[in-house]
Design a protein around this ligand. Structure first.
Ligand code: CA
Length: 232
């Protein structure tokens, strides 16, 4: 089993901003690597294979916009999601940024919280094109690529939220998560979700897993939250 930590390449020439972004990313469970120019970024993309690029528009030398165009024209790098960082707020520039192939756009100054929410949203949208290995626990198999859950090759049907919940549990087995943690992981920071919404989806997930007996793996830990466990 493999847990995938998304790796984000931060291309920004101002050290203070680069460090602020890196800190926000690492404290939210992302791996972050930095580059101070587009030229350095090219090397990092080859060597470190990031999952997403945060790309400053104004860079010394080759601009962020030029690098975005270059990457989107490269069959090996085309799939890489790009979020442009810029001080320019004009609508025309935004259109130009998206036209160059950027997947999203964030205007300085931005809060770390907003940045992390955007990164998560873009990664989620890009996820179907990133091949991720299936996970399996006690005969229950989840394939993130085909969005399928199976037991002995028989499909277990469930809603998209139950699927995301199960995926999170299966990649973090035997660990207890509070409702607040599950909300952050499954729904993201930018949406207001009540604790009891989590309970509703946990109930639905158990119901979906009931026919194969896997519902008992989704355990309630009194006063703490929920966990996936193969121990009773
Ligand atoms: Ca800059």
């Amino acid at each position: 089993m493999r847990t995938k930590t998304a790796k984000v390449l931060v291309v920004e020439d101002e050290p203070a901003i680069r460090e602020m972004i890196s800190l926000a990313l690492s404290s939210n469970g992302f791996e972050s690597i930095g580059a101070e120019s587009a030229e350095q970024a090219r090397i990092q993309i080859k060597n470190s294979k990031p999952d997403l690029i945060l790309l400053d528009w104004m860079l010394p030398g080759l601009s962020g916009m030029d690098l975005a165009r270059e990457l989107k024209a490269d069959p090996l790098a085309r799939h890489l999601p790009i979020i442009m960082l810029t001080a320019r707020a004009e609508e025309g520039d935004k259109v130009e940024g998206l036209g160059a192939g950027a997947d999203d756009y964030i205007t300085k100054p931005f809060s770390p919280k907003e940045l992390v929410a955007r990164v998560k949203a873009v990664l989620r949208r890009a996820a179907p094109t990133i091949p991720i290995e299936p996970v399996e626990v006690a005969g229950l198999r989840l394939d993130p690529d085909s969005h399928r859950v199976t037991v002995l090759q028989k499909v277990v049907t469930m809603g998209p939220t139950e699927f995301q919940l199960l995926y999170y549990f299966m990649t973090h087995p035997e660990r207890v998560f509070s409702r607040a943690q599950l909300i952050q992981q499954v729904w993201g920071n930018n949406i207001y979700v009540e604790d009891r919404t989590v309970d509703v989806h946990i109930r639905r997930l158990r119901k979906a897993l009931e026919p194969s007996g896997h519902d008992s793996m989704i355990q309630t830990v009194r006063g703490a939250g929920y966990r996936l466990s193969t121990r009773g």
